[in-house]
Design a binder for this molecule. Sequence first.
Ligand code: S3P
Length: 184
Amino acid sequence: MPTVKKSNGVGRVFLIGFSGSGKSTVGPLLAQKLGYSFIDTDESVARKERMSIPEIFAEKGERYFRRLEEAAIRAAVAKSRRAVISLGGGALLRSNVRRLVQQEGTVVYLSCSAREVHRRLQTATDRPLLLNKGPRSERIAALVTARRPIYVRVADVIVSTTRHTPKVVAATIISKLGRLADAH
Ligand code: S3P
């Protein structure tokens, strides 16, 4: 089993990528394989606020959510060095978060085509950024195009999930992390 390490010696793995790219299905599998804990920061925010993410967006707004999201990511980092931490698709919009994840662990970008994201999220009602914003396929395509360069820039490792099962994706990540650790 490879120990996940950057030169800073920290074992955390951050999963980044657009909604529907597989972070919350791949994350627990990956954590299990590594013997790490799994933290989903969207879930941490919702639990702490006792509100769903769409409710937080509707009642308090996106800026408020982004502040909570950053706090939840910082709390996850403080909690464990051996954890797979799944971030919401927009978390890297904050430069503080980009810096934090690059410093505190290995960043894995789960890349998925806009078309496949649309197929997976066709009927989802829990993604506020996709609700009532015009045709969903166009909205997804625009957001994926805008965000992909940020994900790519921050990532240490990129794995496509478009045509792969969560099990295969988790195994691919493990093998790429092993190679990364060997290189240090
Ligand atoms: C968001 C993605 C969501 C959640 C919130 C905002 C975004 O997380 O954090 O609805 O800005 O893309 P998932 O990526 O887990 O869907």
